[in-house]
Design a protein around this ligand. Sequence first.
Ligand code: IPE
Ligand code: IPE
Ligand code: MG
Length: 239
Amino acid sequence: MPSERLLPEHVAIIMDGNGRWAKSRRYPRFYGHVRGVARVKQIVTASRQIGIKALTLYAFSTENWKRPEQELNVLWALLKKYLRREIASMKKNGIRLRVIGELARLPGDARQELGRAIEELSCGKDMELTFALSYGARAEITHAVRAIAEACASGAMKSDQIQESTVEKYLSTSYLGEWSNVDLLIRTSGEKRLSNYLLWQCSYAEFDFPETLWPDYSVEEFKKSLENFKNRNRRFGGV
Ligand code: IPE
Ligand code: IPE
Ligand code: MG
């Protein structure tokens, strides 16, 4: 396990490859999502045990609304089931849950279940778990720009007062405070792109792109990703 000092505080994961995992085994796509959810549980538990402060999981992008309705329905059903099943153990483990994204687009029952889980876990102090759902970084930044423009127009803020820290306060991850910058971004399945994920927050993130498809991404491999991070030389523009 990496030493305490070199552990990333904020890990963000693009959980990709469920469909290809299913296809390679001649299963329907939805079964890839079923197996993917089992991995979510393991990686969340491991992150908490390892001592990661913030874990942000890309579960559904604004672009994923293009998928067939049948697949979307499976995803919302799995989300509800996951929340119902895991809430007690997450609570016991001191996990706090939040959600970022355009939640208003989610079906009512999924939103309700999320609200219940967020409320139930609101006392968690040991790890910030965030699900990015119907999330897109461009939409997030656009929303922040609009809110800042409104504050300026109303006279509550002057444009020359806008700092990077001001923008950060208007992003959906503002509750993470000092941890809002991603230290390590992991995308499984070998794809090497951000797909509209945490563009601002990943400005100085280290990237790891394991070839493994998400349903096969084990805790051992996750620990390997953390080991890789340990060997990075993060200069932040210095020498
Ligand atoms: C990621 O797996 C899960 C979601 C986007 C919800 P995919 O469904 O994108 O799997 P691939 O990329 O088709 O293999
Ligand atoms: C990104 O994966 C979103 C999630 C993993 C939730 P996609 O599979 O949707 O992204 P693209 O289409 O490969 O860019
Ligand atoms: Mg994909």
